[in-house]
Design a protein around this ligand. Structure first.
Ligand SMILES: [Fe+2]
Ligand SMILES: [Fe+2]
Length: 294
């Protein structure tokens, strides 16, 4: 990959969030409890072309070496380049998932990983009764029982939802709301999805989740902080609204491992990268998006 226009190791988005809104204090402010460091990867779009397997292996090795404190990985989908188009063959799907296993999951094997499903992950071109058809096969490859899951790490309630087709749908929204209602109102919540619930990146380029207002209102009714993590747009943006911090964190693959319009692997001024979050048990959080080093 060439030289990004943004200086190496420059934090293009840094936020430290508290219970009410974005805090104006610096990241050095003392926080009670030890933070959990989360690696947020999205839109890896792993593929055989452009030397992506070798480059991705080196990138992940470098990330884990630079940040040995990482204790959890959140992958918000588009894990493989594309299985969803009509012309995609079974062999092509298998080829991409094999690279995912051999490169990405092999590198992350010592860490717990939370997965959300991206719009490019499921294969629709095969027969409906084919075991590789649709969402169940993606769940199988990602090692998750259902496409929406709940977790608890570092004092945070974490929920991965499946909005790969653009919206949540009534059944899943009811499930989400019931689960949120079952949590203590003071529990900080992290909601991971492929499409942003809300993002300026998605407003700019298109691609935020449809009919998201009810979800936003539900999250805003909570007393504790909420983080919404997403990808899909390949553009980084972070916003806060009331108690909610939204982070749409670019793409590990940038321009799908290709040079892109700028010739440096970036997509519309967002370099290929990853995010690091620090989550304190009391609900405070910090998030930075880090361009890939050259
Ligand atoms: Fe993507
Ligand atoms: Fe996507």
């Amino acid at each position: 990959m060439g030289t990004p226009s943004i200086p190496r190791r420059h934090f293009i988005a840094t936020t430290l969030a508290g219970t009410a809104a974005l805090a104006s204090t610096s990241a050095q402010t003392s926080q009670p409890g030890k933070p959990l460091t989360v690696l947020h990867l999205t839109d890896a779009h792993i593929r055989p072309e452009h030397d992506a397997p070798k480059r991705c292996a080196a990138i992940l090795q470098g990330i884990l070496k630079r940040h040995p404190e990482i204790g959890l990985v959140i992958n918000t989908g588009d894990s493989i380049y594309a299985a969803d188009y009509n012309h995609i063959t079974r062999e092509r799907v298998l080829e991409q998932w094999k690279i995912w296993d051999d490169v990405v999951m092999a590198a992350l094997k010592r860490l717990p990983v939370i997965h959300a499903i991206g719009n490019h992950d499921p294969w629709w071109a095969g027969p409906k009764d084919d075991e590789m058809h649709g969402i169940p096969y993606v769940c199988k490859r990602l090692g998750i029982e259902t496409s929406h899951t709940t977790h608890r790490h570092g004092g945070w309630e974490m929920i991965a939802i499946d909005n790969h087709n653009g919206a949540l749908g009534e059944t899943q929204q009811n499930w989400l709301f019931d689960h949120l209602d079952s949590l203590p109102s003071t529990a900080p919540v992290l909601l991971a999805s492929h499409l942003p619930i809300f993002s300026l990146a998605g407003d700019y380029d298109g691609g935020n989740m449809r009919n998201a207002k009810a979800v936003v209102d539900k999250l805003a009714a909570r007393k504790a902080p909420v983080i919404c993590l997403s990808g899909h747009i390949h553009i980084q943006s972070s916003e806060s609204l009331w108690n909610i911090n939204f982070h749409c964190n670019g793409a590990l693959s940038g321009s799908w491992w290709e040079p892109g319009d700028a010739g440096d692997g970036s997509y519309k001024r967002t370099p290929a990268g990853y995010a690091l979050l620090r989550l304190w048990p009391d609900g405070k959080s910090q998030s930075v998006y880090l361009p890939l080093p050259g």
